[in-house]
Design a protein around this ligand. Structure first.
Ligand code: BT5
Length: 323
């Protein structure tokens, strides 16, 4: 853990009580003079820290900007040691994570950007990623799974986002297969999982997550205003972006390193797609049938007109209105 993170974590848990600098230095395992430098750096980054020569320090305000130490200080101990970094602007965080993975980065690499100028969705569709309003990030995972189990990753990420939003806002969210999270009947988040596999195993996965947190309606381009929403549009007091990020990373780590069964149940409980007649277009083919369940591998199980059960791994889903 970075020294600044250890100091922030300590200050956050102390609330409005003062903590002696020596104690902060101990928590960060650095000499007191270095702790004072770290505190200066946090102040320069926008944290409001009161430092009394006799009483010690306390944290009065966190900046709105996304700061790696702020995200890291909110993480719970878990099966993945996340190493977040934050770029001011990039093309796509998925590209940065992919490059890092090729260079041998370990599971736990997580890259955020305040804005993306070429944020993308599936099939290279544009993902709107305006500065300072959302969470645009990619997490590197190396699950020891078969390539056919990759669908779990998007399901785990969708449940992680949905549950984080629910816990932080008290609002109910929903999941539209395979990669959308909805709030108040509109899309609040999307997931883009990209993989590198050997013949049958996953080498690594980059799970890209975009969450609209602080946008106002006018921040969306006109064509998205009726279909997209943000957490701030749906609730009066939106959570801090760093806390949403930490909540999602914690749940993603636990989900990837635990059994899939319980996640699958939580996915099913929120799924808008199940129990409906759907038409799914995938790789130039259209499949029509009844969306029955999600398999242990994370595929949507569709009962075709002939009664056959078909696993569908990706695609565009349209709900068919039955007459
Ligand atoms: C997705 O694709 O929903 C996946 C989005 C993943 C974005 C993250 S951000 C971090 C990482 N880096 C990246 O470059 N990408 C990932 P898809 O299901 O194909 O949906 C794309 C469609 O959603 C677009 O065609 C628009 O209609 C709509 N859309 C675009 N931006 C949106 C936004 N900010 N909020 C809601 N809907 C949006």
């Amino acid at each position: 853990m970075r020294p600044g993170t250890a100091i922030l974590r300590h200050l956050r848990s102390a609330g409005l009580d003062f903590t002696p600098v020596e104690e902060l230095a101990r928590a960060a395992a650095i000499p007191t003079k270095d702790a004072l430098k770290e505190i200066d750096e946090l102040v320069a980054a926008g944290f409001e820290i009161e430092n009394r020569p006799t009483g010690g320090c306390r944290l009065l305000r966190r900046p709105d900007a996304l700061i790696a130490e702020d995200i890291e200080s909110g993480l719970e101990p878990g099966p993945i040691a996340w190493h977040p970094s934050v770029f001011r602007e990039t093309a796509s965080t998925n590209d940065i994570a992919d490059e890092a993975a090729r260079a041998g980065a370990a599971e736990g690499f997580a890259v955020f950007a305040e804005s993306q100028n070429r944020g993308r969705g599936r099939l290279n569709r544009r993902w709107e990623s305006p500065p300072g309003r959302g969470l645009w990030f990619s997490a590197l995972l190396r699950p020891p799974w078969k390539a056919t189990e990759a669908g779990r990753l998007t399901a785990i990420a969708a449940v992680a986002v949905a549950e984080t939003i629910e816990v932080m806002t008290g609002l109910e969210s929903a999941i539209k297969w395979p990669n959308d999270v909805w709030l108040g009947g509109r899309k609040v988040a999307g997931i883009l999982t990209e993989l590198r596999c050997t013949a049958d195993r996953i080498c690594y996965a980059v799970v890209g997550i975009g969450i609209n947190v602080l946008q106002r309606p006018e921040d969306f381009p006109p064509e998205l205003r009726t279909t997209a929403t943000s957490i701030a549009i749906e609730c009066d007091r939106p959570p801090h972006r760093a806390d949403v990020a930490a909540g999602v990373l914690d749940r993603l780590a636990n989900g990837c390193h635990g059994p899939f069964g319980p996640i699958r149940d939580r996915w099913i409980a929120r799924c808008l797609t199940l129990g409906r007649t759907v038409e799914i277009s995938s790789e130039g083919r259209a499949v029509r049938g009844f969306a029955e369940s999600i398999s242990a591998e994370g595929a949507l199980m569709v009962r075709g007109i002939q009664g056959n059960l078909l696993p569908v791994h990706d695609g565009e889903v349209a709900l068919v209105e039955e007459s």
